[in-house]
Design a protein around this ligand. Structure first.
Ligand code: COA
Length: 259
């Protein structure tokens, strides 16, 4: 079904593997287009409760946008590449009502770091390396990196990483708040799936509202508090809220329907 992705849906989790290992899973036009399509599937397929993004092989998550496609672009072409990627993939991942988790299994550079950062949170294998090396190419990050890296690790460290093009290891990424957990590579997918399964036991409508509210905060949205009030109220109109509170009172496990 996809040429550049491998997808596997099990127990409500869609594992999306970017599959160009000989090019360290670099994001070319085809990968960007297919990531947009697979995200449409995540949004619309009721069987999918969470998604995990990872890269094929043991070396790279994604080593960046495909640099070989840059040489033919002019100013408008560069802007269009960034716009198409941001709107068609990165924003779609960030705004997904279902959790999208990055399992970063190696190099996560440039567009790869940006892809991981557009996910709702990240786990990394011990060999993972993160960086925004665009200035080496006379470029800046174009898939949201200047914004999301600053949101995640703060202005000073983001400036240094983007100015020096330095790579950092998984432990430093964790210390900076870029990743939540560091695990041996062989355990990465299992640990990520375990977290996804825990999320599946919670109320899906509430999960979607958590995503929307936290995204408001990360963007510094002026109406973040007002939106929280509105969305908190909306929860009271859901069957899941009735079920969750009734289950607590009755000392039993809640069974949520996502309604
Ligand atoms: N775009 C296109 N091709 C890429 C790529 C990218 N971002 N990153 C790696 N590749 C390709 C290499 O060209 C090479 O292809 P080839 O075998 O046909 O020559 C293959 O992937 C393997 O990469 P290689 O550089 O040989 O591996 P390495 O272990 O020596 O180095 C990196 C690994 C990640 C340090 C190095 O590939 C690199 O610096 N990549 C670019 C990172 C980058 O600048 N990303 C930001 C882009 S905006």
């Amino acid at each position: 079904m996809y040429q550049t992705l491998v997808t596997d849906l099990q127990d409500g989790t869609l594992v999306i593997t970017i599959n160009r290992p000989d090019k360290l899973n670099a994001l070319n036009k085809d990968v960007i287009e297919e990531l947009g399509k697979v995200m449409d599937e995540v949004y619309t397929n009721a069987e999918i409760k969470t998604a995990i993004l990872t890269g094929a092989g043991e070396k790279a998550f994604v080593a960046g946008a495909d640099i070989s496609e840059f040489t033919a672009l002019d100013e408008d072409g560069g802007a269009e590449l960034a716009r198409r990627g941001q709107q068609g993939v990165f924003d779609k991942i960030e705004n997904s009502p279902k959790p999208v988790i990055a399992a970063v299994n190696g190099f996560s550079l440039g567009g790869g770091c940006e892809l991981a950062m557009s996910c709702h949170f990240r786990l990394a294998s011990e060999n993972a390396k993160f960086g925004q090396p665009e200035v080496n190419l006379g470029l800046i990050p174009g898939y949201g990196g200047t914004q999301r890296l600053t949101q995640l690790i703060g202005k000073g460290k983001a400036m240094e990483l983007m100015m020096t093009a330095d790579m950092i290891g998984a432990d430093e990424a964790k210390a900076l708040g870029l990743v939540n957990h560091v695990v041996p590579q062989a355990e990465l997918l299992a640990k990520t799936k375990e977290i996804a399964q825990k999320i599946h036991t919670k109320a899906p409508v509430a999960i979607a509202k958590v995503i929307a509210c936290v995204n408001d905060a990360a963007k510094g949205a002026a109406d973040g508090f007002a939106n929280e009030i509105k969305r908190f109220g909306e929860c009271f109109a859901t069957e899941d809220m009735r079920e969750g509170t009734a289950a607590f009172m009755e000392k039993r496990k809640a069974i949520f329907k996502g309604k």
